[in-house]
Design a protein around this ligand. Sequence first.
Ligand code: PMP
Length: 384
Amino acid sequence: EMVSAREISVSSTSGSRPASKDAVINLDHGDPTMYESFWRRMGRQGDITIAGWQAMSYFSDVTNLCWFLEPDFAHEIRRLHRLVGNAVADECFIIVGTGSTQLFQAALYALSPPDTTEPLNVVSAVPYYSSYPAVTDYLRSGLYRWAGDASTFNGDTYIELVCSPNNPDGSIREAALNSKNGKTIHDLAYYWPQYTPITHAADHDIMLFTVSKSTGHAGTRLGWALVRDKVIAKRMIKFIELNTIGVSKDSQLRAANILKVVSDGYELPICGSEHRLFNYGRKLMSVRWQKLREAVKVSGIFSLPEFQSALCKFTGEKAETYPAFAWLKCEKRGVDDCESFLRNHRILTRSGRHFGMEPKYVRISMLDRDETFDLLIERLSSLH
Ligand code: PMP
């Protein structure tokens, strides 16, 4: 049977709990509500208090190139990268943004020559994160424009977006293009130990991270960029000045504490293993992926990507990849539109079309709350 738009808007679960057994479950967005259970368990440690008179000024640190970056937040970012070993942060400029979404736009601005007659081409290999084309083109900039799939792009000057592990399919990626006039932005939102083995410390010109996918605080809207070159860093900062005159200090103070609690969980001897975010996330993801693979097998009509395991330098153990999204392919004959097929079974997903692929693929969030995830498994298993 068909599910009406009204029914979806009334009973979908994004941001709230599923109302009932037959509620529509919304796994279209990558809303990381899975992490609420960890932060509940951490109790008061995650809390902060901001006095009425505090954090009022526009400025955070006028001695820093990024004058709106809270020093405590910068300190905890460097500390966390040192602990996890996922990126070389010490020699870089740190730029804070309202989500990595703002930083992505700041990077496009910074990398585009200001005096061009033609907009610079922005590319990413398919399947690419669906926001890249949308965010690149929504203002019809004269500086840059979306040019599609990097793997079929011909040209010498471009900006390539490299997302690794990749949203939507979880693959580990390197730049597809290699021209000396080309620029790259590395989106490392998912390069954290709960999703993938940490095989090396990433060391690229522009690297983007976000609390949304690392600690689950998507609503705090904070990301950070690690930038090597001072001129590029300055232009990114200029963009944020023009766009929002800096970034919420309240959010930065909260995020600084959240990152501190994560690092403390590993570095303070008084903390037990239940205080370790990445262990917690990894365990949950491994159980979920096992359940998902089982359900997909039972259904007999879908397939999922496979991943190689590798040694994780953070945990010291061989680890598998457990992506934040399931990139599900419908193998059932006669079903070309997997998104509609699943919508009719009250599961909202995002069509492969948005990622530059065929509609027999869909992306499903793996980061929702337990009760939503369990409904997904129940429904997929019953589709055979
Ligand atoms: N990059 C990737 C690859 C993402 O998946 C997301 C979130 N879906 C973002 C960036 C945006 O993150 P933020 O919430 O920090 O804007």
